[in-house]
Design a protein around this ligand. Structure first.
Ligand code: GTP
Ligand code: MG
Length: 284
């Protein structure tokens, strides 16, 4: 799996910064993509967060299969982790975060709560891999009802803290983690979801994986999207048929595969096959 090893130089610095922010936080919002809630986590976070309360936000739930997302919530619960499906661009959905956090923190409080916590709001940090919606969540949480608390010099000089609730404060920049690519299968899922830079895995491999997944799980949505009579054909023939249907034709009349693949990936990432999952609880 050598070719999937990828650790950009700036990640060491990012991790250091994340550690600083974590010192400040009482609770961590771990944002994942609801279409692949396990593959879009990052194993390093366990070590970094330690025993701090953690809340998994399964974001982009509007793009994912609802029943499957609920099953992942139960799966996380069985591992002792709280998880909430979320659609960051919906106000109603964002509004559920605070009460759910309060309930969670109340569950955790009681005899174990350190005394100082009754005197100040809880402090939350949003973390996750790229493109899962961290910034959208922060912007939506912070919108309007906030009072800026300002820099907190005794912790880290440039941490901007905002009060979003009388019981909760938020650091206004997210902690970014690189995805952990544990296997080729995970890499392909992350690439399909757009959580990896496109050049990391050859595009045709990602597309072929997308074809395979759709053929297995969502054949009718796949067939309908491209108005095909059948999808029961070899990969190359499928490439051709889809490319033709999308009008991705070069000057000489051949299929423009590159454009076709981009169009397909865009479709995959933007609900053109309905609410889909790149993994299910059974897969794990
Ligand atoms: N459909 C849908 N799209 C979302 C949702 N949340 C975020 N997005 C979109 O996902 C894309 C990435 O969102 P960001 O908030 O920039 O993600 P991020 O985690 O901050 O990404 P980085 O800054 O690259 O680490 C944007 O195009 C958002 O509009 C959601 O709940 N549903
Ligand atoms: Mg961001």
């Amino acid at each position: 799996m050598k070719r999937f090893d990828y650790y950009p130089g700036h990640m060491a610095k990012t991790k250091r910064e994340l550690k600083e922010k974590l010192k400040w936080a009482d609770i961590v919002y771990e944002v994942v993509d609801a279409r692949g809630p396990v593959s879009t986590r990052n194993a390093d976070l366990d070590g970094l967060v330690g025993k701090k309360p953690r809340f998994i936000l399964m974001n982009k739930a509007d793009l994912a299969n609802k029943e499957e997302v609920d099953r992942f919530a139960s799966f996380f619960a069985s591992e002792g982790l709280k998880a909430l499906p979320l659609q960051a661009d919906s106000k109603a959905s964002i509004r559920r975060i605070l009460p759910a956090t309060e309930t969670y923190l109340e569950e955790l409080s009681g005899p174990k709560t350190p005394k100082h916590r009754t005197f100040r709001p809880f402090r939350a940090l949003v973390v996750g891999i790229p493109n899962v919606g961290k910034s959208t969540i922060i912007n939506r949480l912070v919108e309007k009802r906030v009072t800026a608390v300002g820099d907190t010099p005794n912790i880290t000089r440039h941490l901007q803290v905002v009060r979003i609730h009388d019981k909760l404060e938020l650091i206004d920049s997210p902690g970014v983690l690189w995805p952990k690519i544990a296997s080729e299968a995970t890499g392909l899922k992350l690439a399909l979801l757009g959580a990896l830079k496109d050049h990391l895995i050859p595009k045709d491999e990602v597309v072929i994986h997308g074809f395979k997944l759709l053929k297995e799980r969502y054949p009718e949505a796949f067939r309908k999207r491209y108005d095909l009579e059948s999808i029961d054909m070899e990969t190359v023939a499928l490439f051709d048929a889809i490319g033709r249907r999308m009008g991705c034709i070069q000057k000489g009349g051949g299929i423009d595969y590159d454009r076709g693949m981009d169009r397909f990936l865009h479709d995959f990432r933007h609900k053109k096959f309905g609410r889909i999952m790149v993994e299910t609880v059974e897969d794990l």
